[in-house]
Write a protein that binds this ligand. Structure first.
Ligand code: HEM
Length: 375
């Protein structure tokens, strides 16, 4: 991961109201829901993101202002236990419909994630899963609360959307091929527990992460004929294995040892342990970088996938590997984003360009920016 380079001057949040293309029916919403969301269905110019936090200290985050409130019917939750937890503790809106600014503030405030990583994750996800016109995204499945969709092939399907960022061989979620790629899967969690008992003395730690990450890849190769493990999934897969023993461990302890009780709370319920303190935000960036390197180095699986039958893993020489930062960035923009937005016009194009500028921030200084829709 890379350091944040504030290339773009901070600008004031500009909100612009224009006639909205009604591509999607809003039927099915209650009057109360409509009253709540209709005023938000304006085209919003994406504002500049929050900068690094002034306060990166270890501190209580499961506090009186952020109690655990389980999701109500209709609240969106998805494959990311970090975002689910932030929504259920009120660092993000409880309904799981969020803006990039809210995500960046929430991951910094609630978990001590560094600004550059927060920007990278947030804008990559926003570009493929969010609504670029309303600047809203669901942290779970598709929702009318993100506003009327831009034209297809855009998906605007929320963080659950398979194959743009969400991917195979997750630790506690099944592969898309088996039907549910986003819900907590108790069978997989039991395997994580078994690995933690075998390699971590009952805790999830770096050794467990290296072995369980590799095991899940082997399992998908053996069981999922459509298994895909190319960029960007390859990077997130190693990143998330590391996040688990960095961000879910109480910052006062910060020993990289996650108990199974705490793990179950985060992965299944989106719930912080009582008295949970966040990690030291000045240290998490290096910890993530070093841990990803170590997890990968232990079992370096190169990008590839099965070819329609199980046990047919074939390397994909066209995919970026986990250390090909600039190719990973360029391919994400030119291939993944463009496949969803081949020819955007007007406000859609302007907002995509703005989000692309913001996504570029995490590699500014080391890669050249690409402009699929002109400058
Ligand atoms: C910054 C905004 C974030 C975004 C946009 C994001 C997005 C995602 C996505 C798309 C996935 C699904 C990947 C997959 O397994 O297929 C995921 C999984 C995951 N995320 Fe996040 N995430 C964010 C922040 C965090 C934070 C702060 C944490 C930890 C506190 C976290 C921990 C995890 C873990 C552990 C998984 C893997 C779940 C599993 O394999 O069972 N994420 N995230």
């Amino acid at each position: 991961m890379t350091r944040f380079t504030p290339l773009l001057a901070l600008s004031i949040l500009a909100v612009q109201t224009v006639a909205f293309p009604q591509y999607q029916s809003l039927g099915g919403l209650s009057e109360r829901e409509l009253a709540d969301i209709l005023p938000r269905f304006t085209t919003v110019t994406p504002p500049s993101p929050p900068g690094p936090s002034n306060d990166t200290s270890v501190r209580l985050v499961n506090d009186a202002a952020h109690p655990y409130v389980p999701p109500r019917n209709g609240d969106m939750r998805g494959p990311c236990p970090g975002l689910n937890t932030l929504a259920s503790h009120g660092y993000l809106p409880h309904n799981g419909i969020v803006t990039p600014t809210q995500i960046i503030n929430a991951v910094q405030d609630g978990f001590g994630m560094d600004n550059s990583l927060a920007i990278q994750l947030t804008y990559s996800t926003m570009l493929v899963d969010g609504n670029p016109l309303t600047n809203l995204m669901s942290i779970g499945g598709k929702s009318p609360l993100t506003g009327p969709d831009p034209p297809k092939p855009a998906i605007v399907g929320g963080v659950d959307t398979h194959a743009v960022l969400e991917g195979d061989a997750s630790m506690t979620r099944g592969d898309f091929f088996f039907g549910d790629n986003h819900s907590f899967n108790q069978t997989l969690f039991n395997e994580l527990v078994a690995f933690s008992n075998r390699f971590g003395g009952g805790n999830y730690n770096l050794t467990v992460a290296t072995e369980y990450r590799f095991y899940r890849i082997q399992q998908s190769i053996a069981e999922n004929p459509t298994f895909s493990f190319i960029s960007p999934r390859i990077l997130t897969a190693y990143g998330e294995a590391a996040f688990t023993f960095i961000f879910f461990v109480d910052g006062r302890k910060a020993d990289g040892q996650l108990s199974m009780e705490a793990a179950l709370g985060f992965f299944r319920d989106g719930r912080m342990p009582d008295d949970f303190h966040r990690a030291d935000g000045s240290k998490t960036s290096n910890l993530v970088d070093n841990s990803v390197d170590a997890i990968f180095a232990a079992h370096p699986v190169q990008p590839g996938g099965n070819n329609g039958t199980v046990n047919s893993y074939t390397l994909d020489p066209n995919s970026a590997g986990i250390n090909d930062t600039c190719k990973g960035y360029t391919d994400f923009v030119n291939i993944t984003v463009r496949s969803l937005y081949p020819n955007p016009q007007g406000a859609l194009r302007n907002n995509l360009n703005k989000n692309l500028d913001l996504f570029f921030l995490h590699v500014a200084g080391q890669c050249s920016q690409v402009f699929p829709y002109g400058q």
